[in-house]
Ligand binder design. Sequence first.
Ligand code: MN
Ligand code: MN
Length: 287
Amino acid sequence: MMEHLSLNIFADAVFDYNDADYVIFGVPYDGTTSFNPGTRYGPSVIRKYSYNFESYIPDYDIELDTVPIADIGDIFPECLPDLVEEQVFAITREIISDGKTPVMLGGEHSISAGAVRAASPDWYVVCDAHLDLRKEYRGSEYNHACTTRRVFDHATGNIIILGARSGTREQYEFAGSNSITVYSAEDIMKRGISSILDDIISKVGDGSVYLSVDADVIDCMITPGVGTPEPFGITPSDLKEIIHRIAPLSFGFDYVEVCESDYGQAANLAAWMIREMIAANFTGDKN
Ligand code: MN
Ligand code: MN
């Protein structure tokens, strides 16, 4: 390990790739964005805010700079989303075949489909305001609005969506008729996240999980800096609990859709939650 002063890597990600168990990489891509542009700056602004926090994480009693984490920087994305999906597929497959855990920073949500396809998990657990179950949107099946559908069609049919509150009638019907489990933000608020997580964990069993967090799952009145903000979302505490319980079951992670269009709220929370993903997975604390 060495002292690090550069803001070009995630704070405390001080290991080399060969020695790392967790590999952070960024995908600065927002080519299919339909509302707020700027998620291409997500990886750099998340890294910037990662320096806001102490290395010590009291919830897990670990010093993050002793956890074997490498940050290999950003890929240079192509323009077209189908080509970006292949780029993400290739790098994720390489990281997993080297026995390491990918931690991807977005970028828009379309990038997740390639990572999930490469990981080929038993279960896809996604936190998102949106169902993202469109077969095609604005001329492309690779649009950010089609991410969960691409996972369904090309990676796994075992899908759990948390925090949803937006989608077309057709997408809700598609979820219902294909056994896709949807817990809305209102379900989480009324029933409480702990009881819902108990159900998810018993359903997943010993299966492997890929965990994707679309930053817009959080109420946009708290973190407005996202590509497609939606009110009436879940709280940061709910997301923290989701990660605390699901990350130990997961072998691939991403945090996407952070857009540098607020006062840093979305990126600050993202940096915290990425630390949470790694710490929860590393300690294996399932509580
Ligand atoms: Mn999404
Ligand atoms: Mn979304």
